[in-house]
Design a protein around this ligand. Structure first.
Ligand SMILES: [Zn+2]
Length: 57
């Protein structure tokens, strides 16, 4: 498990080491976070906006 800082509350989020980009992780603070991978394989998290499909304009 990797521990990644939550971008919303600053707490630590446990993420599987083999988590795939786009995977969703729910944090204790109630936010849903999307997994992103840096070029060196590092895991970063971004708040998931709740849009899974592109509905167009
Ligand atoms: Zn959080």
């Amino acid at each position: 498990m990797a521990k990644v800082k939550c971008p919303v509350c600053g707490g630590l989020v446990e993420v599987d080491d083999d988590a795939l980009p786009g995977e969703l992780v729910e944090h204790d603070c109630g936010v849903v976070l999307e997994v992103h991978r840096g070029p060196n394989g590092s895991i970063t998290l971004k708040p998931f906006e709740g849009v899974e499909e592109d509905w167009g304009e």
